[in-house]
Write a protein that binds this ligand. Structure first.
Ligand SMILES: [Zn+2]
Length: 206
């Protein structure tokens, strides 16, 4: 009697607890993001980014900050997008890196170096990265100054990617170390820290 109960109920529960405790990121920023997403921090004076696609368009975040799949230790967002979707600068700055010669992509780590990308340095020294662009999908060059909202590239599926999407992230340098940080965005429903599985429309609130 005792052993079947153990096998049927207690072991699966323990296993589940073990799996979830392993897969959740231990990054202290994760908790902070949760608070920011709930709007508990009212003294937020951080920069408000534009959604990284054209005004009037709507895309779904398929992976949010520190999620369990490939963003476990990443303050990054994945926007579900068909190949060839126009990507725009979320903030103005200078282009510091462009890679567009990658042709391969898939859910294998060996594809990681093939990920086409653009990196833009902002006036405050932070940087934004736009990843998985299609082959020859960069519409800017290193050294170009870009405006907020300017179309900079075309999305794709190069690099470590299961489906076509845009991987967007921002880094800040603090104490000589680059750190990925969550950022807030202007959406049609106000200023938000984006969450996984929600759709966001790029427009000013009515
Ligand atoms: Zn991603």
């Amino acid at each position: 009697m005792q052993i079947p109960v153990l096998v049927k109920f207690i072991l699966p529960v323990l296993l589940l607890l073990f799996i979830t405790s392993c897969s959740v990121s231990k990054n202290p920023l994760r908790k902070q993001v949760k608070l920011l997403q709930k709007g508990i921090n009212k003294d937020d004076t951080s920069y408000v980014y534009a959604l990284p696609y054209e005004e009037g368009k709507t895309f779904r975040v398929i992976q949010g900050y520190f999620s369990r799949f490939t963003h476990k230790e990443r303050a990054a967002l994945d926007f579900n997008m068909k190949r060839g979707t126009k990507i725009s600068a979320a903030r103005e700055g200078v282009v510091t890196r462009v890679k567009e010669d990658g042709t391969k992509g898939g859910l294998k780590k060996k594809y990681r170096p093939d990920g086409n990308n653009i990196v833009i340095q902002h006036p405050d020294g932070s940087r934004a990265g736009y990843w998985h662009l299609q082959h020859n999908g960069a519409l800017v060059n290193v050294g170009d100054t870009v405006k907020k909202g300017q179309v900079i590239g075309l999305s794709g599926k190069t690099g470590y990617a299961m489906t076509p999407h845009l991987h967007f992230l921002v880094w800040r340098s603090g104490g000589g170390q680059w750190q990925q940080v969550p950022t807030r965005f202007q959406t049609s429903k106000g200023i938000k820290y984006l969450k996984g599985w929600r759709k966001y429309h790029n427009s000013k609130p009515e």
